[in-house]
Design a protein around this ligand. Sequence first.
Ligand SMILES: NC(=O)c1ccc[n+]([C@@H]2O[C@H](COP(=O)([O-])OP(=O)(O)OC[C@H]3O[C@@H](n4cnc5c(N)ncnc54)[C@H](OP(=O)(O)O)[C@@H]3O)[C@@H](O)[C@H]2O)c1
Length: 329
Amino acid sequence: MDALMMTGPSQGTDRTEVREIETPRPGRGEVTIDVAYAGINFLDVMARRGDAGYAGAWPYAPGLEVSGTIREIGRDVTDLAVGQRVAAFTAGGGLADVVAVRAGFAVPVPDRVPSPVAAAAPLMLTTALLLLEDAAGFRPGQTVLVHSAGGGVGGAVAQLVPVLGGGLRIGTVGRPDKVVPALGNGYDRALVRDENLTQAVRAATGDAGVDIVLDPLGTTMLETDLAVTAPGGRIVLFGNAGGGEQAPLPPAGRLIGGNLAIGGFSVSRLWATAPRRASAGLRRVLGLLADGRPHLAVTEVGSLADAPAVHQMLAEGRGAGKYVVRLRG
Ligand SMILES: NC(=O)c1ccc[n+]([C@@H]2O[C@H](COP(=O)([O-])OP(=O)(O)OC[C@H]3O[C@@H](n4cnc5c(N)ncnc54)[C@H](OP(=O)(O)O)[C@@H]3O)[C@@H](O)[C@H]2O)c1
């Protein structure tokens, strides 16, 4: 079978290739999946760059989320059946014809959910939902500020806020040409991250500040986050897109005095350490999709061989929305 492989750290596409490898068989407690669609994520790019904690070893098989049908079932798996349509978090190796996953990482897909959209659920949509509900404790009517609003996770958050009861959605982007994609994702306001950002956010909220900040930019925006968050608000750090050193968090006194909370979120670590919570999030997302909300548009990529170019687009910050690779179906 074919699988995408990254052979060593690189800033470009030169060390990513489609390789023929042995088709995996399920171990105990595992299933294999005939992949229909595989989601492409910025986390694949962070692995390709060699950021610490992403590619465990080289060659690295990227791909963290898929939809498809159960191909084979390992020992002790009782709640899934061969041929069943599932969406799964894969912990790597998802950009391939077949992938083996822990059975607890695969969740049945309701009939009404198309496979391309289901492939964006285990990582991207589950991240967006759990960021809002679990990590930030979103309540209807709250104001949410999201950095990198033009991309996949940014778009999913914008689509989920109305589903969860609604609230003002302010997105930030790194370049002026990404304002339109962010507004297209559903943001009420899209602001460029320039020296006027603090003022612009405060103006957009009638000087009240925001209740929630969702920030995947390491600690580079933390001072701004603190300056625009209203008392009682929460900042959730969930990535380090630039890959640089992270600064220390502010002293406790500043958080106590400001009535502010800073938290962290990692969906892949949640799948690894609390899989029931992660799979409950995925089930909920698939249920919402079956009910027609959120409405998520994905861009289909024709084959595995096209995936490195999409990784490069994301690496250069040129991505818009969510990309999934069609393997079959
Ligand atoms: N913690 C988790 O569980 C989790 C799960 C999924 C994704 N994430 C994080 O969420 C973010 C969005 O992920 P996504 O898959 O939806 O990707 P994405 O938004 O399509 O791409 C990442 C975006 O990061 C911004 N960026 C900032 N500095 C960058 C740099 N040095 N190089 C490239 N891009 C840079 C760019 O947007 P702007 O310049 O417009 O900001 C870029 O479009 C990523 O940072 C990812 O690591 C975290």
